[in-house]
Design a protein around this ligand. Structure first.
Ligand code: HEC
Length: 194
């Protein structure tokens, strides 16, 4: 019994090792067939450095998020605002920084509102960043790629959040209207509303 179980385990381990070592789909394609897109590519976000000077850019929007009790500030370059005002895609080199603050809470745990009915920010809990550069994104399959954008999540101490699910960033921003260039708040870049 012990012996046969050990053999079974060894077989399973062997099969797993084989699967892990299997050749990419493109290499399995029959000769002459077009190479297939990679099935899935896990983003690392490592191309994006923390944007230390984000606060010198334009604060173009703020968002109250009742679902996670956050107040958010969104920063971008002046050049990107100008491009959006002309209705153009955002230029290469654009960095968008979303700063997540914990909202001030009342004793019941509900966000306190200021005189304008807006949340009140307290400490920074995290940052999310998207950055666009010429040629980025080429490694992703079409059903995932967000043009030339990359995504990264940073902790409050500005180090990368290595447990963030970066595939989810791509999937949630992907379905936006092409005119928005994968940016939810694209229209707010054009206007004066915050
Ligand atoms: C479930 C959907 C969803 C996921 C997942 C998601 N986002 Fe977003 N993202 C939004 C929405 C909605 C906004 C608009 C602002 C807001 O509500 O905070 C936004 C805004 C942003 C912005 C500001 C620019 C814009 O598009 O308006 C950045 C930067 C950003 N997200 C980065 C990220 C990163 C990095 C990740 C992954 C770690 C991520 N997002 C995951 C929905 C999502």
């Amino acid at each position: 019994m012990t012996l046969s179980r050990n053999i079974t385990i060894a077989l399973i381990a062997g099969a797993a090792a084989l699967a892990a070592a299997s050749v990419p789909a493109s290499a399995q394609a029959p000769a002459g067939a077009p190479a297939q897109a990679p099935a899935q590519v896990k983003p690392t976000g490592e191309k994006i450095a923390f944007p230390e000077n984000y606060a010198q850019g334009e604060l173009y929007a703020t968002v109250d998020r009742a679902d996670n009790k956050q107040y958010r500030e969104l920063y971008i370059s002046k050049a990107a605002v100008d491009a959006a005002k002309r209705g153009e895609p955002l230029p290469h080199g654009t960095v968008i920084t979303l700063v997540q603050y914990a909202a001030q809470l009342d004793p019941q745990g509900n966000p306190v509102k200021d005189a304008n009915g807006r949340f009140i920010k307290t400490n920074i809990v995290a940052y999310t960043v998207m950055e666009k550069r010429a040629g980025w994104g080429a490694e992703y399959p079409d059903n995932m790629r967000n043009g030339e954008w990359e995504y990264q999540a940073f902790r409050a101490d500005r180090t990368p959040n290595t447990s963030a699910n970066l595939t989810a960033c791509f999937n949630c921003h992907k379905p936006l209207d092409p005119k928005q260039d994968f940016v939810f708040t694209y229209d707010r870049l054009k206007g004066t509303t915050r």
